[in-house]
Design a protein around this ligand. Structure first.
Ligand code: F6R
Length: 274
């Protein structure tokens, strides 16, 4: 496998942005009483999008924050009787070094929480890795390039769901990631590996590398929906919404560089905001 590209990847986009950056305005921040209410609000917006645009392209995230979103989304899609057979999805990231079929792959998480319950087929869903899903026969660096091309070919992402790591990462854009970075192989940050260690049965067993959409890729989505719940996210939420851009805290690159950001928080995650 080729060595990972440095996080500080300042190479230009592979192609012109598909969406064009929307004009800037302050993020819309909603503080919900519970994380279930926050997750449900995001799910309802996705359902409204699917109602209006049955062939929407969704950018999806994994992690604890998203469990409630997908639970509410499945329920609401079924309640409204929406046809999701024309939806296309692109996940943000995937671990490297696990076997296809490993239950700790993000692909498995998505199957469990969203794709199987809604009957998505393999052709609808996309992951950036070369192991767990498409594109087949490519190494990770090829796969990263092909992922950018696949997003462009799908017409760009209509709505991108995002969680935030305690270290401020967005997808697996770890501290040091350029706001212009593209899909690439990355070394995972120690905090990220510590947060994942329980799933893998210890820090040393946790993957060291992953493949992730870049911040530049994410910023081209037409709408960004950021969710953060719990007190452990309060410091990065404060930086996301009030901090100056900082290479060490990647989420700080979202606020001033995108015109359609909504942020859903629970009370604990919002506790450092005025
Ligand atoms: C996952 C991802 C990560 C998570 C973040 C928060 O696809 O891209 O950036 O969104 O690590 O994870 P949780 O929700 O588990 O706190």
């Amino acid at each position: 496998m080729s060595p990972p590209e440095p996080h500080e990847n300042l190479s230009p986009p592979l192609a012109a942005p598909v969406s064009g950056a929307p004009s800037m305005s302050a993020p819309i921040v909603t503080v919900h009483s519970t994380k279930l209410q926050g997750a449900t609000a995001a799910a309802l917006e996705i359902c409204d999008l699917l109602d209006a645009k049955p062939d929407a392209v969704l950018g999806l995230a994994t992690g604890g924050t998203m469990v409630g979103v997908y639970g509410a989304l499945v329920e609401e899609v079924q309640r409204r009787g929406l046809d999701v057979s024309r939806v296309t999805t692109f996940n943000l990231d995937e671990y490297l070094g696990l076997d296809a079929g490993d239950p700790r792959l993000f692909r498995h998480f998505m199957d469990e929480h969203l794709f199987v319950p809604l009957g998505f087929n393999d052709a609808q869903v996309h992951f950036p890795d070369h192991v767990g899903a498409r594109p087949r026969g490519a190494d990770a660096v090829d796969a990263a390039r092909q992922y950018e091309e696949a997003i462009q070919a799908a017409g760009g992402i209509d709505l991108q769901l995002l969680g935030i790591g305690r270290n401020g990462h967005i997808a697996f854009n770890e501290p040091g990631s350029s706001p212009r970075s593209r899909t690439r192989v990355v070394e995972l940050h120690e905090v990220t590996r510590r947060d994942a260690a329980e799933t893998f049965g210890g820090f040393d067993e946790t993957p060291e590398r992953a493949i992730t959409m870049g911040l530049g890729t994410i910023l081209e989505a037409r709408a960004l929906r950021v969710l953060a719940f719990g007190a452990s996210k309060a410091p990065v939420v404060e930086r996301l919404l009030r901090g100056a851009e900082d290479l060490d805290i990647p989420c700080t690159f979202l606020r001033e560089r995108h015109g359609d950001i909504a942020v859903h928080l629970d009370i604990e995650a919002a506790r450092l905001l005025p």
